[in-house]
Design a protein around this ligand. Structure first.
Ligand SMILES: NC(=O)N[C@@H](CC(=O)O)C(=O)O
Ligand SMILES: [Zn+2]
Ligand SMILES: [Zn+2]
Length: 335
């Protein structure tokens, strides 16, 4: 049987939520990943040192049986340098959300006034704290990410020493912007390497494929595939696995978010094998992130094998991406 081994897989964009949901989903990521960058968009969002520490403890308590490093983040506000110094050791990045643009982002940034943000972003550069960004404007839904490129360019040129990560990119526009600035990086999800808008609303409406940013056009998918499959050194895997209870997805006013964490590595194997690029998957799911963030996860070896695997219908009360569908790769063993 064909197998493929991945060392220390990392998920550099993950929503673990809190409470019972955290207890249900964290073990699924901890099983197959060495670590993950944990997003701070709880209700209310994570904005203090005490909240970061307490949330990290709750995550570790939820995964008693596996080694798993939660790389913590703060929700962006205009923090002062003294505060940032006091949290720098506890976090890997700060996540900026435009206000109201996605799940639990109401307290985000409402105007990109560079002068207002300058003290915080300069302090982050000096303290070497990367800025992760949900890059969408409030424009027409298919144009939101492309319209945000001018804000990325302004941020990247105004703060050339600040590492800026364009989270969950979905467009050719973002791929084209990546190499314009040395300090721009990106994460890509597995669902955005598979879906276009057709998979969301092209036939019957598929709430479990609905997320922000929405999947775009075939040429965007091709651009994302081109940088992911070559494991472009400024691109890393971030699942953006975003669990919502079934009734919040299968309802009027469907919540945005695709739940992919437990099947992400299997799907990535399938995609990279399909394009004959399995050799690049290690860099995409771990090595690039280690280089970009300067992290060194503890040893974990995940052996995948090529055999049919039917994705469960539910994980607790969450419906995963591709529920009940058969895929070609499965996890065989983990050490
Ligand atoms: N991606 C999503 O559609 N949803 C995420 C938030 C986010 O990453 O934008 C969530 O927290 O549910
Ligand atoms: Zn987002
Ligand atoms: Zn997200």
């Amino acid at each position: 049987m064909k197998t493929h081994t991945l060392l220390m897989p990392l998920d550099m964009h993950l929503h673990l939520r809190d409470g019972v949901m955290l207890e249900n989903v964290a073990p699924l990521s901890a099983y197959s990943f060495s670590g993950a960058l944990v997003m701070p968009n709880l209700v209310p969002p994570i904005t203090t040192l005490e909240e970061v520490k307490a949330y990290k403890e709750r995550i570790i308590a939820a995964v008693p049986n596996d080694y798993f490093e939660p790389y913590m983040t703060l929700f962006y506000k205009n923090y002062d340098k003294a505060f940032l110094k006091s949290v720098a050791e506890e976090i890997i990045a700060i996540k900026l959300y435009p206000a109201g643009i996605t799940t639990n982002s109401e307290g985000g940034v409402s105007s990109f006034d560079i002068e207002e943000m300058r003290p915080t972003l300069e302090a982050m550069s000096e303290l070497n704290i990367p800025l992760c960004v949900h890059g969408e404007t409030d424009g027409f839904v298919m144009d939101r990410e492309a319209e945000f490129m001018s804000i990325y360019e302004l941020l990247a040129s105004s703060f050339p020493k600040l590492k800026i990560i364009m989270e969950h990119i979905t467009t050719k526009a973002a791929v084209d912007t990546l190499d314009k600035f040395d300090n721009l990086y990106a994460t890509i999800t597995v669902h955005h390497l598979l879906f276009t808008l057709d998979d969301v609303v092209g036939g019957m409406m598929m709430p479990h494929n609905f997320c922000k940013p929405i999947a775009k056009r075939p040429e965007d998918l091709d651009a994302l595939l081109s940088v992911a499959l070559e494991a472009h050194p400024k691109v890393m895997f971030g699942s953006d696995s975003a669990p919502h209870p079934q009734d919040k997805k299968e309802s009027c006013g469907c919540a945005a978010g695709v739940f992919s964490a437990p099947i992400a590595l299997q799907l990535l194997c399938e995609i990279f094998e399909q394009y004959d690029r399995l050799d690049n998957l290690q860099a995409f799911v771990s090595d690039n992130a280690q280089n970009i963030y300067g992290i060194c996860p503890e040893f974990k070896e995940v052996i995948l094998e090529k055999r049919p695997f039917v994705i469960p219908k539910m994980y607790a009360n969450v419906v995963p991406m591709y529920a009940e569908q058969a895929i070609n790769w499965a996890i065989a063993d983990i050490e």
